[in-house]
Ligand binder design. Structure first.
Ligand SMILES: Nc1ncnc2c1ncn2[C@@H]1O[C@H](COP(=O)(O)OP(=O)(O)OP(=O)(O)O)[C@@H](O)[C@H]1O
Length: 259
């Protein structure tokens, strides 16, 4: 295995009475395509937010690029660049699609508007949404908004390689998309992983197609800890009862149905 990019050691997180992470340990290696799966409410998004430095654990250590992180991302920059694709599209309603996707380049780069427009058009093309640059988020479907937010997450300044994230965190990027739009995103995730750009990523998803198409390795999170890990093909051969129940969707088994 290559070097660890992210290590969580003994991480705990509680919201009120709700113990979400209970001394959780996990390691993500450079170049790896990892999926974190598990029942709803098990803490997958919480893990992503902790990795991104948006949320601090109550206890335990987070090592990023070999360094112990102190505080949040706003307190000190990490040695590696981590970018997150949120579950909610989180677009600015008053800005056009082009202004949303090119937002950081407009804010931080000195690239001419024409070049930013071209870069935005390329990214929109990659997510299968050509020709919508001048629309506003309210004029798009939920799935289209999600793909626009994806295009924004993969936008980088070609003159500044440091802009390219070392790790992308995907929080359910295909939830609510039709099967074809899901495949577009799944292929794109793989393409970005293989063709340079961002080679390491963590995918949180419930969609089986997305698990199987985008991940090499899987972590199964349940009751505050990683309960199972293995290669994607081992999902079908393991007799771990959590994995068997999760994939079959059975209400009988060790995973309690909530609600
Ligand atoms: N800011 C918060 N305040 C209070 N509770 C929270 C907060 N964030 C998350 N939680 C709770 O923590 C638990 C884990 O949430 P999280 O979103 O990480 O789960 P998840 O595994 O990603 O769920 P899903 O698969 O349904 O998206 C849930 O019970 C949720 O209600």
């Amino acid at each position: 295995m290559s070097e660890p990019l992210i290590e969580l050691k003994g991480v705990c997180k509680t919201f009120g009475q709700n113990i979400v992470l209970d001394h959780a340990d996990l390691t993500i290696y450079r170049g790896e395509a990892l999926a974190i799966i598990g029942p709803s409410g098990t803490g997958k998004s919480t893990v992503l937010r902790i990795i991104a430095g948006l949320l601090a654990p109550d206890a335990g250590e987070v090592h990023v690029g070999g360094q112990l992180r102190k505080g949040l991302i706003e307190d000190a920059a990490d040695p590696i660049n981590i970018s997150m694709v949120f579950q909610q599209a989180a677009l600015f309603d008053s800005l056009t699609v082009e202004e949303n996707v090119g937002f950081l380049l407009y804010q931080r780069s000195r690239l001419p508007r024409r070049q930013i427009r071209e870069l935005v058009a390329q990214r929109l093309d990659m997510v299968g949404l050509s020709g919508i640059s001048d629309r506003y988020p309210a004029e798009l479907s939920g799935g289209m908004r999600k793909r626009v937010s994806f295009a924004r997450a993969i936008m980088s300044n070609p003159h500044n390689p440091k802009d390219t994230p070392d790790m992308l965190l995907y929080d359910e990027p295909t939830a609510g998309l039709d099967p074809i739009a899901s495949t577009v995103i799944e292929n794109l995730v793989r393409h970005l992983n293989r063709q340079g750009g961002c080679q390491s990523y963590v995918m949180v998803t419930h969609q089986e197609s997305t698990i199987r198409r985008t991940a090499d390795r899987i972590l199964f999170l349940h009751q505050g800890k990683v309960q199972w890990q293995g290669k994607v093909h081992e999902l079908d051969s393991t007799d771990n009862p959590l994995i068997r129940q999760f994939l079959s969707g059975s209400v009988e088994g060790p995973i309690q149905v909530i609600g």
